[in-house]
Design a protein around this ligand. Structure first.
Ligand code: ADE
Length: 310
């Protein structure tokens, strides 16, 4: 096993009484993730909430050039990441034995989860060689199954709902693609092994690789962990969160008049203690959020929901 670049929680000698979220990241630029040592995520590692390990994909190559990519089958520009290197790495990190899957070639493979599900583990072989993860795929609660995540500009958009769901997992494994992406059979194969495989785009634009996308997803996920944020209320009140998932209203601080621009009167008159949100403030905030949401997103929120419920 190659020595990984590890950010283990520094809790020497202190028993850990909660589940540590284990996060593995595989990249050809593992140094990129040194930034995860900073800020709140760095503190969360020190507190033992998460354990992040960045691995170098090239550690699983066997050739002198440590190559991880090859030309695309069928032609086209750029290079595609090879399945053999990825599988050696992922098998090791997921504790899986290599196996062969049978694939229904009459179904078009367009790399969507639906098409990928037509591949199934070869019954005879997988019964013997697949690990507990595959064997228990239907019975193990989602939180106890590792989740393998590939950032991909052609995948469904990553949302706050995905972040919330993934914040309940015990083990996340991110695979960062580079160049023209990774061979489409990689997610297909691991789905067939019973692994919970997700592909997400962080927005409709193309980045040079998955590293930035992984950092974005990681930040969105880990800040939802209990104990991560100093003030848990800030998670409840922010955009995309809560029953109606509205965009957050405008925020102001002091002074009340800055360079001729005034804080809305309703907020000044409603200001009480720091943590208290008055009914008047709520009455101003909700329609503001609704207008923002309908003008900036494709959702038309309901203005009729009683404000008192918030
Ligand atoms: N890799 C390249 N561009 C990406 C994007 N927009 N989202 C996720 N992964 C990517």
């Amino acid at each position: 096993m190659p020595a990984p670049f590890s950010y283990a929680p520094r809790l020497a000698g202190v028993p850990v009484l909660w589940n540590i979220m284990k996060i593995d990241i595989v990249s050809v630029f593992p140094e990129y993730f040194e930034v995860l040592n900073l800020s709140l995520l760095g503190k969360a590692q020190e507190k033992g909430l998460v354990e992040v390990t960045a691995h170098n994909l090239r550690d699983w190559t066997h050739d002198v050039h440590h190559s991880v990519d090859d030309t695309p089958v069928g032609g086209g520009a750029g290079m595609v990441m090879k399945p053999e290197v990825w599988s050696e790495c992922l098998d090791e990190l997921l504790h899986l034995e290599p196996t062969t899957v049978t694939y229904d070639s009459t179904v078009t493979c367009d790399s969507t989860a639906d098409a990928d599900d037509t591949a199934s583990a070869d019954t005879a072989e997988s019964a013997e060689s697949a690990t507990e993860i595959a064997a228990n795929a239907d019975t193990v609660p989602a939180t106890d199954r590792p989740v393998l995540i590939f950032p991909n500009p052609s995948a469904p958009l990553f949302t706050q709902q995905d972040a919330t769901e993934l914040s309940h997992a015990n083990h996340l494994l991110f695979g960062c693609g580079r160049y023209e992406g990774y061979d489409a059979r990689i997610p297909q194969y691991y789905r067939a092994q019973g692994v919970d495989v997700r592909e997400y785009s962080i927005g409709d634009y193309v980045l040079n690789g998955g590293e930035v996308a992984v950092s974005v997803m990681l930040e969105a996920i880990t800040r939802l962990l209990p104990g991560f944020m100093g003030n848990a209320a800030s998670i409840v009140e922010e955009s995309y969160t809560g029953e109606n998932a509205l965009l957050e209203h405008r925020q102001y601080t002091k002074p009340a008049d800055w360079r001729g621009i005034k804080v809305p009167d309703v907020l000044l008159s409603a200001t009480t203690r720091r943590s208290t949100v008055s009914a008047a403030m709520r009455r101003w905030r909700r329609p503001t959020s609704c207008v923002r949401t309908s003008s900036r997103r494709w959702i038309v929120p309901s203005l009729t929901r009683p404000i008192a419920k918030r």
